[in-house]
Design a protein around this ligand. Structure first.
Ligand code: TYM
Length: 330
């Protein structure tokens, strides 16, 4: 049986990178797989947080999921804290994970920065919780952006460590699904750094909640170079190449098709067309998010129902894990 699991952190604005690298892929899989999509509010505690903002951001990501095309009737949408398996399984897995594996994680190094001693235990153990998220549902496929590759490899190693410890093939080894043209969308201000919610400049990203004018303005203001024409050359033209990638992904075509279409165009004309395309695709997503945000009662009911369905999958798996682990149920 094939089951999909993926997660998004409720930490600030959803942006074009999340949309093209993850949400669009989530939607593409909902017809062919049993899909479980999670707003990972436990993971959000690994950086400083504000309780009210966390609640709002959780609803906003849920709204973003649905506005992007996820149908809560066909897939499960819930927030992580509402299914107790994640934390219970995380502990057991943490006790089977060597520190050496965690020491290799580049995302910890980036997020902890120079102040490693001040980083929390939660941030360090983040990838173990991520492994629990995935394997606790016996998920086989995990659609993610390229930046999650290393965490997915670790999830496979941790699943393997559990299986090896208890001498059976209990957890399937989950496969990362990193597909499409836009697995790594770059900043609109600097083509060598990833588009991210933590970038100080709002012009570096397109937020899914940006209105049509803001979307068009950000594309118009996106940094480019003085080289003539439209080409794909990430080494020498990182910003221009990123815009080609974004165009391809928004239009649902290959990069080569974009290059063919614009082979004799000026870059400014290409940018104008990209602005129109981005407005056409993302405008309705932002508007639907706004509509859903005005109805928190509905969003909460989706999450409540999703959590119930998530627990129904996770509980029997977790029960078996705890039997294998050796917990006495007196
Ligand atoms: P998060 O919340 O940072 O990002 C959510 C998803 O968006 C993708 N993404 C991007 N894709 C392309 N270009 C970008 N610039 C870009 N920025 C973000 C991410 O790859 C991700 O797929 N650790 C995860 C959350 C998580 C998770 C999980 C994911 C927790 N448990 C279990 C999968 C399975 C994270 O921080 O994603």
């Amino acid at each position: 049986m094939k089951r999909v699991f993926s997660g998004v952190q409720p930490t600030g604005n959803l942006h074009l990178g999340n949309y093209l690298g993850a949400l669009k892929r989530f939607v593409a899989m909902q017809d062919d797989y049993e899909c479980v999509y999670c707003i990972v509010d436990l993971h959000a505690l690994t950086m400083p947080w504000d309780p009210d903002q966390l609640r709002d951001a959780t609803r906003e990501v849920a709204a973003g999921f649905m506005a992007s095309g996820l149908d809560p009737e066909r897939c499960i949408v819930f927030n992580q804290s509402q299914c107790p398996m994640h934390l219970r399984l995380q502990w057991i897995l943490a006790c089977l994970t060597p520190l050496g594996w965690l020491n290799r994680m580049t995302q910890f190094k980036e997020k902890a920065g120079k102040q490693k001693d001040n980083a929390s235990l939660g941030l360090y153990g983040y990838p173990v919780l991520q492994a629990a998220d995935i394997i606790g549902y016996h998920a086989t496929h995990v659609p993610v952006g390229d930046d999650q590759r290393q965490h997915l490899e670790l999830s496979r190693d941790i699943a393997g460590a559990f299986n090896h410890t208890f001498g059976l093939d209990f957890f399937p080894l989950p496969e990362a699904v990193i597909l499409g043209e836009a697995t790594r969308v770059m900043s609109l201000r600097d083509g060598r750094s990833k588009m991210s919610k933590s970038d100080e400049s709002d012009y570096s990203r397109i937020n899914l909640t940006d209105d049509r004018d803001a979307i068009a303005l950000k594309i118009r203001k996106a940094r480019t170079d003085s080289i003539m024409g439209v080409s794909y050359d990430p080494e020498n033209r990182p910003e221009a190449s990123n815009l080609v990638t974004i165009y391809a992904s928004l239009a649902g075509v290959s990069r080569d098709a974009v290059l063919d279409e614009f082979q004799s165009a000026r870059f400014s004309d290409f940018k104008a067309r990209l602005a129109d395309l981005a407005v056409e695709v993302l405008g309705p997503v932002g508007e639907e998010m706004k509509r859903l945000s005005a109805d928190p009662g509905y969003v909460d009911s989706v999450l409540r129902d999703g959590a119930e369905r998530a627990r129904a999958i996770a509980e029997p798996i977790q029960k078996r894990v705890e039997e294998l682990t050796g917990f006495l149920v007196p």
